[in-house]
Design a protein around this ligand. Structure first.
Ligand code: HGY
Ligand code: MN
Ligand code: MN
Length: 416
């Protein structure tokens, strides 16, 4: 089946009719629909589908003649499964490509290998990791962090969404046993290579005139929850001098974050804020805001974050407001496996595909898995560079180029 036909099958799932953006949050009806699409698409290709203990989806193409292993354990000549994929969940009103492009391209690349009469000599897997955006439960790459053991399962189970539902409750309601979440050494031990294809979230490739890029590294980055607590009061009677207004402290932090980012040539964003109780004619009781900070290196990141948090504490004190700071997910710098990166570049060059190597400030499951298995990324050109927006777009020809690139990599990594 062509990429376009596969793409059309997933496109309507979880799209908001009003904004045109996507709301595919883990363990919601939209997620169930995404999982159904994945399972159906895999089954149509005779792939063995499994949901691991953390809710990550796996579809396995076992080498001919090898009986599949139990569950998501691929039978194969020892460790060495080659896995490609990405995620299906989205940020609120995200674009259609961030995540799904990698999963759809993986199935399309398998179709292409089959059309060429090729078959894997080691298990070939397609993965869709759960809660990569952290849009519902706040921790980015939650499924791959649980798989690799970098987040405590009990802590994860207790994560709550905006309505107070815990991850454990959401999983149980979806028929998944939350008691089982946690590291999966058997599965990890069988994965020899992970390659994630993703739309570029930036316009480096557009600037270079290249359709495909190879990932070099991911900037260190993180997200911090800032809880400002003041004193609720009447907007029409409380004098300015007696107020303890958390909204004022919050406003100063947003501006301080922008200034610190400019000072340190990094990125700092406050994209989500909740003001409670939210009376138009009242001084807020509480304001909760989330800081997202990213820098090319870890020392600068910590300098930038320390500067913002110091300014936050200072301005909170000035307004008689309490401040609680909670790091939600922090990801160290990731340098992708140099040898694997060189293999990808060589595979592509051998087929006349010129793929520049580029760093990114966007986090990915490949960045989490890289701590445990050789991981690499392929990027597909994003003409505008815009992402985490309904306006996110990649040209069909570039998407097809991505499938050709992924098939080239899979042929060399899994079929020889
Ligand atoms: O936030 C990120 O960098 C990614 O889109 N999860
Ligand atoms: Mn994203
Ligand atoms: Mn993504």
């Amino acid at each position: 089946m062509s990429f376009a036909a596969l793409w059309e099958g997933l496109l309507p799932v979880g799209r908001d009719a009003l904004t045109g953006g996507y709301r595919r949050f883990s363990w919601t009806p939209a997620d169930v629909a995404c999982r159904s699409w994945f399972t159906r698409t895999a089954a149509e290709r005779g792939l063995r589908v499994d949901t691991d203990r953390n809710g990550n989806l796996w579809a396995w193409w076992d080498p001919p003649g090898l009986a599949p292993g139990p569950g998501s354990l691929p039978r194969g000549p020892g460790p060495g499964a080659v896995v490609v994929g990405s995620h299906l969940d989205s940020v609120p009103d995200g674009g259609p490509f961030d995540g799904p492009l990698g999963v759809v391209s993986a199935f399309a690349a398998i179709d292409l290998l089959r059309e060429r009469g090729l078959a894997p000599v080691r298990p070939l897997g397609v993965a869709a990791f759960c809660e990569e955006e952290g849009a519902r439960f706040g921790v980015a790459c939650l499924g791959s962090r649980l798989l690799t053991g970098v987040i405590d399962p009990a802590t994860a189970r207790a994560l709550t969404d905006a309505g107070g539902t815990t991850l454990a409750e959401a999983m149980a309601a979806a028929g998944q046993d939350p008691a089982r979440i946690g590291p999966d050494e058997d599965l990890l031990g069988r994965i020899g290579t992970y390659v994630e294809l993703h739309i570029e979230q930036g316009r480096a490739l557009a600037g270079l005139g290249a359709a495909i890029g190879v990932g070099e590294r991911i900037w260190p980055h993180g997200r911090w929850r800032l809880g400002f607590t003041g004193r609720p009061d009447h907007a029409g009677t409380a004098t300015l001098g007696e107020r303890r207004d958390p909204m004022l402290a919050f406003a100063s932090v947003v501006l301080a974050a922008r200034q610190a980012a400019a000072d340190h040539h990094g990125l700092a964003t406050v994209g989500k804020v909740v003001a409670e109780p939210g009376a138009v004619n009242g001084v807020c009781a509480r304001v909760t805001a989330w800081l997202d900070a990213r820098c090319p290196d870890e020392q600068t990141l910590w300098t930038l974050v320390d500067q913002i948090l110091a300014a936050s504490r200072d301005v909170a004190g000035q307004h008689g407001v309490a401040l609680e700071v909670t790091p939600e997910s922090v990801t160290p710098a990731v340098d992708f496996h140099p040898g694997l990166r060189a293999r990808l570049t060589a595979s592509l060059a051998a087929r006349g595909i010129h793929a520049p190597v580029l760093a990114t400030g966007a986090g990915h499951d490949a960045g989490v898995l890289a701590a445990r298995v050789p991981a690499a990324m392929l990027f597909v050109r994003n003409p505008s560079g815009v992402s985490h927006s309904p306006a996110e777009h990649a040209e069909p020809a570039d998407c097809e180029a991505g499938v050709l690139a992924l098939a080239a990599v899979l042929e060399d990594l899994a079929c020889r």
